[in-house]
Design a protein around this ligand. Structure first.
Ligand SMILES: [Zn+2]
Length: 162
């Protein structure tokens, strides 16, 4: 980049990515040559603004993720919420994370097919198949897996939560 395009001065010690526009007084990205609100010329050119931004960004590794168009350095904060622990604290019974609902739905599909006015032998067969799959799903989910997941609750009858 040519020397004439270098900024004469940029305050790299100032961590701010936003600046108050001298004309409109609103916050605007500091390294865009024009104010976002009223197009007041903050930098002599876009090249100068870009060079100033690069100098500013190179001054601190924490600024690496910043963009000229940002008003603040993007922070990647992962918000991890343990909903199971939260539900337990509130005394809400969460169903176990289970595959059995898929089995129940498969059974419901055959039961629904049995509602179509086919020949009665076909309908009875479909209803029996669907009912069996449905029942297996319900038993597996409610009676087997849930009891395995919450042994104390089913033994004590349910309402106490520590
Ligand atoms: Zn402005």
């Amino acid at each position: 980049m040519a020397a004439s395009k270098q900024p004469r001065y940029v305050d790299i010690s100032n961590p701010s990515l936003a600046v108050q526009c001298p004309r409109c007084g609103l916050q605007t990205p500091r390294f865009l040559d024009l104010c976002n609100n009223d197009a007041y010329k903050l930098w002599p050119s876009s090249y100068a603004a870009s060079a100033a931004f690069k100098a500013w960004r190179a001054a601190d590794p924490a600024r690496a993720a910043a963009s000229r168009f940002d008003m603040e350095i993007p922070q990647h904060v992962e918000l991890v919420v343990d909903f199971d622990a939260k539900a337990h604290a509130l005394g809400i019974h969460m169903p176990p994370p289970s595959n059995w609902p898929f089995v129940i739905c498969a059974g419901a599909l055959f039961l629904a097919l049995a509602a179509i006015p086919f020949d009665s032998a076909v309908r009875i067969t479909l209803a029996v198949i669907g009912g069996l799959i449905f029942l297996v799903g319900v038993v597996g989910w409610v009676l087997v897996e849930d009891v395995k997941m919450y042994p104390t609750e089913s033994a004590g009858g349910g309402e106490e939560h520590s």
